[in-house]
Design a protein. Structure first.
Lengths: 264, 317
């Protein structure tokens, strides 16, 4: 439950950004450029004299919003595709073929390619990451559906004349939620990491909007003189992802101890 | 065995076809006019028109698709807009850097990941196990590019032990290569080390609980022999299946790590292409890397079938 606690703290920080941040994330105080961490600026300031605590805290908001959007959209798309593939035999080969083709690409590379085409923005990062993580989610839903649809109670519902939509929604999907929730928790973690990579490469939300990835990228230029600029957003990413990974591990053990580590 | 290899080969054809389609559609989903985006903001209408003509963007999509396949058969993935040379050449030239770095990172991953997983499983729930698994969990949670920057701060800026970037080919100087590639390889490997350590530990624990291990122990075999011969060889079987994922993560990671350390590899080529909207390089790069990955996964599957006969006869799981 350390994981849940850690994650709740990050969520709270993001939610209460307005209260925690001493200044607006874009406020420049040129007199205080490159101030190391100090009582006045807890996490120091950057090359424009912007307060890093404020930037990291507001960055949390965007990173979590992007991660959460990816989780919701992936959950929906993965469930629809996975359920269709698992339930309707005729669709299976086509859908799985398409999923396999997408999964053949290294995840982050495909996301980079898609954002390069669509253009850099938070919205496009969400779209790209959703497309990249949906196949993995669909596969997991499909696997559950394939097993559950053969169970006697589903056959009974079929015999009673229930339609496919109802059988899926009422009888099959609720019972395949466990693995899906575990998977989505890990996807949240991957999405936060992947978004940081996109932002770092300049393919995420554009400066001056702070994201953890683009703060690290800006700090890279001054890594010799002011390493703290890149240091703190990285710690923020690590804590968030660590919390989510721990939470995912805990949920997995609670829901099904036999499930193996399934990396993205 | 031959039948299994053939079946897998045939099975990967539709996936390869899908991969080529996905790479093709990267350019098609560009909103607005890709030609004017590639040509840049200050381009004259004539320049935009020239780009459009060169990339064949003025033709119907089906013709573009056929040209894409026609080129692919000849090994021609188009020309880089910025480098003014063929995409395949640009990638092949940079491949040795990426391969040597990935190979180094893979070696670190296998040695450190397997060893820490095995040691953790041999002393489950002790401080050693917990320490190793904590490190592994932190490893899968750290952003690799950030770790790369922090290693530069410590080992290049503060301690001045290793260079902060640049690349020396091993053919020029092995020591120079080791110096230039060590920090990048560590940054690139940490995620996979954590992953492999966690999987190895879980598998090892499962294997150690099996009857044949107890038999080996009760008949008085030395402890190291039980672990090294009876247990470890069986741990390798499921571990082989994650090798594909490890390759995939190495390729993804190389984009950021090569950027952080200014290494002239395929990853940095792609990162630069993305920023400058050099779509042919992005398409070609994605296609070649996914193709390579598909081939590697095929090799892994064949190796898996060789190690575990149940797979090749289709009776397992």
């Amino acid at each position: 439950m350390t994981g849940a606690g850690l994650f709740v703290v990050v969520v709270l920080v993001a939610a209460l950004a307005d209260l925690i941040a001493p200044t607006a994330p874009a406020t420049m105080q040129f007199r205080f450029r490159f101030t190391p961490p100090s009582p006045a600026f807890w996490l120091g300031t950057d090359n424009f004299g912007r307060d890093l605590l404020s930037r990291v805290v507001y960055g949390a908001r965007l990173s979590l919003e992007i991660g959460f959007s990816v989780v919701v959209l992936t959950g929906i798309a993965g469930t629809v595709v996975g359920a269709a593939a698992g339930y309707f035999r005729r669709l299976d080969a086509w859908l799985i073929g398409a999923m396999d083709a997408l999964m053949a690409f290294p995840t982050v590379l495909l996301a980079i390619g898609i954002t390069a085409a669509l253009g850099p923005s938070a919205m496009n990062a969400v779209l790209a990451l959703t497309l990249v993580y949906t196949p993995r989610t669909a596969r997991i839903v499909r696997a559950s559906v394939l097993v559950i649809r053969e169970l006697d109670y589903v056959q009974a519902a079929l015999a009673a004349g229930a339609r496919p939509g109802r059988i899926l929604a009422r009888h099959i999907l609720p019972n395949s939620l466990g693995p899906l929730i575990v998977q989505l928790t890990f996807i949240f973690a991957y999405a936060v990491l992947a978004e940081a990579i996109l932002s770092f490469l300049g393919m995420g939300p554009q400066p001056p909007t702070p994201t953890w990835g683009n703060i690290i990228a800006e700090g890279r230029t001054y890594i010799r003189e002011a390493p703290w600029i890149s240091l703190f957003p990285g710690i923020a990413i690590a804590l968030t992802v660590l919390g989510l990974n721990l939470l995912g591990d805990g949920l997995r053990d609670a829901l099904d101890p036999r499930m193996k580590v399934q990396p993205g | 065995m031959a039948a299994y290899v053939l079946r897998r080969l045939v099975g990967s054809i539709p996936v390869l076809f899908g991969v080529t389609l996905v790479s093709f559609f990267i350019m098609q989903i560009v909103p607005g006019d890709p030609a004017s985006i590639i040509a840049g903001l200050g381009a004259t209408p004539q320049e935009v028109e020239r780009v459009r003509e060169e990339l064949g963007l003025n033709r119907p999509m089906l013709v573009q698709l056929l040209n894409w396949y026609g080129g692919m058969i000849r090994g021609d993935l188009g020309d880089s807009v910025l480098l003014g040379r063929s995409v395949t050449r640009a990638i092949v030239e940079r491949l040795p850097v990426t391969l040597s770095l990935s190979g180094y990172a893979l070696a670190i991953t296998l040695v450190v990941g397997l060893l820490s997983g095995v040691f953790a499983a041999l002393r489950p729930n002790t401080w050693l196990d917990q320490a190793l698994m904590t490190v592994a969990l932190v490893g899968v949670s750290l952003p690799s590019f950030w770790l790369g920057l922090m290693l530069i701060v410590v080992f290049a800026v503060q301690l001045d032990w290793l260079p902060s970037g640049g690349y020396v080919a091993p053919s020029v100087s092995v020591v120079g290569w080791l110096r230039s590639a060590t920090l990048p390889a560590i940054s690139l490997a940490l995620l996979q080390v954590g992953l492999l350590a966690r999987i190895t530990r879980a598998t090892m624990l499962e294997v150690l609980g099996q009857d044949y291990i107890r038999t080996a122990r009760t008949k008085g075999l030395p402890a190291w022999s039980v672990v090294a011969k009876h247990a470890f060889t069986n741990v390798l079987v499921p571990v082989v299946t994650v090798v594909g994922i490890i390759f995939s993560l190495l390729l993804s990671g190389s984009v950021v790590i090569e950027t952080v350390y200014s290494l002239p590899g395929v990853g940095r080529l792609l990162a630069a292409a993305v920023l400058r909207r050099d779509y042919p390089v992005i398409q070609g790069g994605l296609l070649m890397l996914a193709g390579a990955l598909l081939f590697l996964n095929l090799l892994v599957d064949v190796l898996y079938a060789y190690l575990d006969p149940r797979v090749r006869y289709g009776t397992g799981q």
